[in-house]
Structure formats: C-alpha cells, structure tokens
Ligand binder design. Structure first.
Ligand SMILES: [Zn+2]
Ligand SMILES: [Zn+2]
Length: 155
C-alpha cells in the first residue's frame, strides 16, 4: 500500500510511489522551532517518486542555523507544511505527521540527538547520532543506488 497524506484542509494531497529511501527522526533545534514540537519525522524520497495529487504546495524559504535555507512546501490555503528540501530539489523530505492516520512509520535513524528533549526516550535498536552521519553506515544499498540515480542529473 503506497503511503498517502496531505494538509489539514485537504487541498494538498500526495502519494509516495516508492518506499522512502530512509526515514529520519530529527531532533535539531530548527526542526523543533519549525514544528513547534519535540522533533520532526522526515521520509526521504526522490522528487520523481512523490506524486502530487491535487493542489501544488507553495515553497517558502526558511533560514537555518548553519546559514543555509530550507525550502518548506506549504498548503497555499491552510499553511500546513507537507514536505521540504535541503539544498536541492532532487530529494524531498516528507513530514511524517502529514501521512493519513498520522506518522505510522518507524524512524530508521535518529539525528541531532545533542538537542533532543530530555524526556524523549529513544529505542536502543535504532541508530542515533549526536549530529548527522555517513550515509553508507545507515542506508540500505538499494537506497544509496536510488540516491545516486536521483542526484546524477543535478551534478
Ligand atoms: Zn491545506
Ligand atoms: Zn532537524
């Protein structure tokens, strides 16, 4: 069953045409601020595998601590953020909480745990990193191949 989701008002709807490359749970301060919550769950997927089924979300560039911007795509009507881009359009970071029925996915990796809220307890079985990580240490080989294919036209 492909994963589907959307914004609160229903104008923006999407479908993941493939399994995500990887699912991040990010505990960084930027994600906490943007979501107003303890962390964000991001499903990483190739742009070509994220099908927009209704209204096009609107991009908004948001500054991040490291001096870069993150492009967040929001519903033009209700303003809910459905996915974002870090540094380029090839890979979308779909916000897990916008999936139908909620974030029914388990993160493959926890990142930026140095700013994790203390009462959030992480499972021992899932890799966790103080900041970011080297992709081959965590990603399945198929996902690395898919990433390579997705990035090739952008190099
Ligand atoms: Zn909406
Ligand atoms: Zn983050």
């Amino acid at each position: 069953m492909p994963l589907e989701g959307g914004c609160s008002c229903g104008e923006v709807r999407y479908r993941l045409a493939s399994e995500p490359l990887i699912t991040h749970c990010c505990h960084c301060l930027n994600c906490q601020q943007q979501t107003g919550s303890a962390f964000v769950i991001n499903l990483l997927i190739e742009a070509s595998r994220l099908e927009l089924l209704a209204v096009e979300p609107r991009p908004v560039d948001v500054p991040r601590d490291e001096g870069k911007t993150q492009r967040i795509y929001r519903c033009p009507t209700c303003g809910v953020a459905v996915f974002s881009e870090y540094g380029g359009p090839a890979i979308k970071f779909v916000r897990g909480g916008t999936l139908d029925g909620g974030a029914q996915v388990e993160p493959d990796v926890h990142i930026y745990t140095r700013s994790k809220i203390p009462w959030v307890a992480l499972p021992e079985s899932v890799p966790a990193f103080e900041a970011f990580y080297e992709l081959p240490a965590v990603w399945p080989p198929e996902s690395l191949d898919r990433l390579e294919a997705a990035m090739a036209p952008h190099r």
